[in-house]
Ligand binder design. Structure first.
Ligand code: HEM
Length: 425
């Protein structure tokens, strides 16, 4: 391989590149143009095809019998993959719905699916509004200055998800889950990493999370309640109770996937509005656009950076011969800027329509929480924009260091506090 090719391959899996949207968007734009399905061999990772076009990622995700979700789900170093396999016998410490296929996937997903259908999440509107108001109140209390990411955006979706889960009253749940969910996607972030070995880091964090869940699961098995935590703790599959690993992994998926992603889109969405004052003005003038602008915020921030699929048979994708056993990295940030799908993809437009982004994925694994995420974000923005009349950037916005899932970790803002902007309760 030439030196340039090695550099390019390393960049595709480089956390420094992913910490800077300008850099990774430039990289993906080049790949989309020159090599949309590229065989990639980064130094520290097992090789894969980097798939960067919207159409190709959609094709892969829509053929789940050919492109399997197991065994490789996310970009872990060779060191981490080997260590995790040696300790657990699996590719991941957890065994979540996202890493299963076929009937097993349908059965696992079916356990929680009804809780996240549009008609179910709509019933939560009053509860979510109450939580959103608590956080806008908190911004008012903070007196006109805050780190929107640290003070508001990381907490809000967590409180919502704990309410649905039925864990609002679990002692210290908010604090512990916030810390752990930052850590789980932060193996390369010195602010939160538990070990410089990614394998050690993942084993420590996931096992600690499982230990946190253990007494809650035991309690829900003894005294089931009308909440999602009880449904999962007491679920059966093919007539047998779900294994502890599956139960803990479900708890982990809901509390991490349902939290980090939505807080990244909420904070990143605000940064986009601050950087595009015309769009902020449009949204303030036409609050009916808030609903549709949530899709633009997800397209713009693409909180999930990738998932993998593994080919179960040979297949030709955009002229490249994919071999059975090859894995494919689906680059969502790239799909979300694909020139063949979006007019002016590098423009942030709150009224973009149509908006066929695949920031929530597509096909049988499409995000289970997409309606919830959009509902909670739109409720929050409705409350925020009606009560805080002007918001400005107050320092540097900082991205978290992750290859997998996340967004801004700091967003300093200042704003006028006008207590008379009462909410319409
Ligand atoms: C803006 C917020 C969110 C984004 C961008 C996002 C993105 C994604 C993506 C890209 C996938 C993979 C889809 C695929 O492989 O086809 C996914 C799956 C999933 N998401 Fe989300 N998500 C968000 C919010 C949520 C929320 C609030 C929940 C709440 C529970 C959630 C739960 C899940 C679950 C359980 C899966 C796995 C589904 C399966 O494998 O069948 N997500 N999400």
């Amino acid at each position: 391989m030439t030196e340039n090719a090695t550099q390019l391959d390393d960049a595709i899996a480089d956390v420094d590149v992913y910490s800077d949207p300008e850099q990774y968007h430039a990289l993906f734009a080049t790949l989309r143009k020159n090599e949309p399905v590229r065989w990639t061999q980064p130094s520290k990772y097992r090789p894969f095809w980097a798939v960067t076009k919207h159409a190709d990622i959609s094709e892969v995700q829509r053929k789940p019998a050919i492109f399997l979700s197991a065994p490789r789900t996310q970009l872990n170093t060779i060191e981490a993959e080997d260590k995790i396999r040696a300790v657990t016998g699996r590719n991941q410490v957890q065994r979540t719905v996202i890493s299963t296929d076929g009937e097993e996937h349908a059965a696992l997903r079916g356990i929680a699916q009804s809780w996240f259908l549009p008609q179910s999440v709509r019933k939560l509107e009053d509860d979510i509004t109450q939580i959103a108001r608590q956080f806008v109140d908190q911004m008012v209390e903070l007196g006109g200055r805050c780190d929107f990411s640290q003070d508001i955006a990381v907490w809000y979706p967590l409180r919502v998800i704990l309410r649905i889960f039925g864990l609002s009253d679990a002692p210290d749940a908010e604090k512990i889950l916030l810390r752990m969910s930052k850590q789980i996607n932060g193996a390369f972030d010195p602010d939160v990493q538990r070990s410089t070995s990614q394998g050690e880091h993942m084993l420590t964090v996931v096992n600690e999370l499982f230990e946190f869940f253990r007494p809650i699961v035991e309690e829900r098995r003894r005294n089931p309640k009308n909440d999602l935590a009880s449904v999962i703790a007491n679920a059966t599959m093919n007539g047998a109770p779900l294994s502890d690993l599956d139960v803990f992994s479900w708890y982990l998926s809901i509390s991490v996937a349902g939290h980090d992603t939505t807080s990244a889109a909420t904070a990143g969405g605000l940064l986009a509005l601050l950087q595009h004052p015309g769009e902020m003005a449009k949204l303030r003038a036409k609050p009916e656009l808030i609903r549709t602008s949530m899709d633009e915020m997800v397209r713009w921030t693409h909180p999930v950076k990738h998932f993998f699929r593994t080919a179960a048979q040979d297949y030709e994708l955009r002229g490249q011969k994919i071999r059975e056993g090859d894995s494919l990295l689906m680059c969502y940030p790239s799909a979300c800027r694909d020139e063949d799908v979006f007019t002016d993809p590098f423009e942030f437009r709150v009224d973009r329509s149509p908006n066929q982004h695949i920031g929530f994925g597509i096909g049988p694994h499409v995000c289970l929480g997409q309606y919830l995420a959009k509902l909670e974000m739109s409720i929050f923005y409705r409350e925020l924009l009606s009560r805080i009349p002007d918001i400005q950037l107050d320092g540097e916005a900082v991205q978290s260091r992750t290859l997998f899932m996340g967004g801004l970790k700091r967003l300093p803002i200042r704003y006028s506090v006008q207590r008379e902007y009462a909410h319409a309760s």
